[in-house]
Design a binder for this molecule. Structure first.
Ligand code: UD2
Length: 316
C-alpha cells in the first residue's frame, strides 16, 4: 500500500513512517521542516519519497497525494500557547492546510484519510475520563482548529464519500519530540532540563493532569485507523486511560534520573486545560487499539533516548 504522511518528518510522523516502512509499505512524506527534521528520517533514507513543502501549498499537496491509498494527515502547528499568541498562523496551517489535504485526497480518490485530532477538543468539560460522545468545547485557538479539522474530515465524508477517521491524541510523548522551542511538550522539556541540570518551569501549581501517551501507542492507533473496516466518520480517543499530574511526573523523573528535580512555579498558561484523561473503550472495540507501553515505561524509554541523543560535553 502507498501512504502519504503529512508532517512525516515530525515527532509522531517520523515514528509512524518508520513503522510503515518496517511493514513494507511505500511512503511519501510531505513536510516543510518547520517543526520536523530530516534527521528524524535517517533510518528510512532511500526507502521513502520526501517532499519538502507546506500543506498550505495546494499544488504541492496534490503532487504528494498522487496514487496514495491512505493519507495520514499529521502536519500541524502544535501548541496551545503558540495558538494563543498567533491564532492566525495556527488557523492558516491547521484549518486552511487541512482543507487543502482533504481536497487533494478527494480528487486523488484515496481509500481513507486519518486526521490527527487532539484531546484539546474537549476543553474544560468537567467529566473524566473524556468520552467521544461528549460535546467538544475547546478553550484555545489550537483546540478550535483541531476540532474544525474533524468537522471538515467528516463533512468531506458526507459530501464526497471520502472515508475518514479522526484520532484525538492525548499528550503524546517519546523519542524525537523536539524539546528546544518554548512551545515544546512538557515532558521533553522536563527530561532535557533534568539531563542539562537546569531548572524546569511548571506553569501553575503542577496539579494539572494529563493522559501522557507514549508515541508507540499513537503509531499503533494510526495504522489501525487506516486498516480497520467500518469505522469511517468516527472519532477515537488515543490515550492510555491513566492520568498523571505534572508534580507526579517530576517525582518519577527524579527517581529515573537518581536525583530530585527542583522545579520553579510560574503562573498558569492561558488556554490551559486542568485535567485530561481518555476513555479508550471505543478504540479498543472498533480499532482493536491496545496501548502496549504504559506511562512509566514510556518515561523510562524516553529518558534513555534523550540521554543517548545528548551531545557529550566535548561536542557542546
Ligand atoms: C495539548 C493537547 C495535546 C496535544 C498538544 C499539542 C490537551 C489536554 N492536550 O497539550 O493532546 O494536542 O496540545 O501541542 O489539550 N507545562 C509546564 N512547563 C513547561 C511546559 C508545559 O508546566 O515547560 C504545562 C502546561 O502549562 C500544561 C501541561 O504542562 O499545563 C502540558 O503542556 P503541553 O504543552 O505539554 O501540552 P498540552 O496539554 O497543552
Amino acid at each position: 500500500m502507498r501512504y502519504l504522511v503529512t508532517g512525516g518528518a515530525g515527532f509522531i510522523g517520523s515514528n509512524t513512517v518508520d513503522e510503515l516502512v518496517r511493514r513494507g509499505h511505500s511512503v511519501v512524506v510531505l513536510d516543510d521542516l518547520s517543526a520536523g527534521k530530516e534527521e528524524n528520517l535517517a533510518d528510512v533514507r532511500g526507502k521513502i519519497t520526501f517532499m519538502k513543502a507546506s500543506i498550505t501549498d495546494l499544488e504541492a499537496v496534490r503532487r504528494a497525494v498522487h496514487e496514495a491509498d491512505y493519507v495520514l494527515h499529521l502536519a500541524a502547528r502544535t501548541s496551545v500557547p503558540r495558538s494563543v499568541k498567533d491564532p492566525l498562523e495556527t488557523n492558516r496551517v491547521n484549518i486552511d492546510g487541512t482543507l487543502n489535504v482533504l481536497v487533494a485526497a478527494r480528487d486523488a480518490k484515496v481509500k481513507r484519510i486519518v486526521f490527527a485530532a487532539s484531546s484539546s477538543a474537549y476543553g474544560e468539560t468537567p467529566t473524566l475520563p473524556k468520552v467521544e460522545t461528549m460535546q467538544p468545547a475547546p478553550i484555545s485557538p489550537y483546540g478550535v482548529t483541531k476540532y474544525v479539522g474533524e468537522l471538515y474530515a467528516q463533512v468531506f465524508g458526507r459530501c464526497y464519500g471520502i472515508e475518514n477517521v479522526c484520532l484525538r491524541y492525548f499528550n503524546v510523548f517519546g523519542p524525537r519530540q523536539d524539546p528546544s522551542s518554548p512551545y515544546s511538550g512538557v515532558l521533553s522539556k522536563f527530561i532535557t532540563c533534568c539531563l542539562d541540570d537546569t531548572q524546569p518551569t511548571v506553569f501553575g501549581d503542577g496539579e494539572q493532569s494529563r493522559d501522557f501517551t507514549y508515541v508507540d501507542n499513537a503509531v499503533q492507533a494510526n495504522l489501525l485507523a487506516c486498516e480497520a473496516p467500518g469505522v469511517s466518520g468516527k472519532v477515537f480517543n488515543v490515550g492510555t486511560g491513566a492520568r498523571y499530574t505534572l508534580n507526579q511526573t517530576l517525582q518519577l523523573l527524579g527517581q529515573i534520573a537518581g536525583k530530585p528535580l527542583d522545579a520553579k512555579y510560574d503562573p498558569p498558561r492561558e488556554g490551559d486545560i486542568r485535567d485530561s484523561q481518555a476513555d479508550i473503550t471505543l478504540g479498543r472495540k472498533l480499532l482493536a487499539y491496545d496501548p502496549q507501553v504504559h506511562f512509566e515505561e514510556g518515561l523510562r524509554r524516553t529518558f534513555a533516548w534523550y540521554r543517548a541523543a545528548q551531545p557529550k560535553p566535548a561536542e557542546k
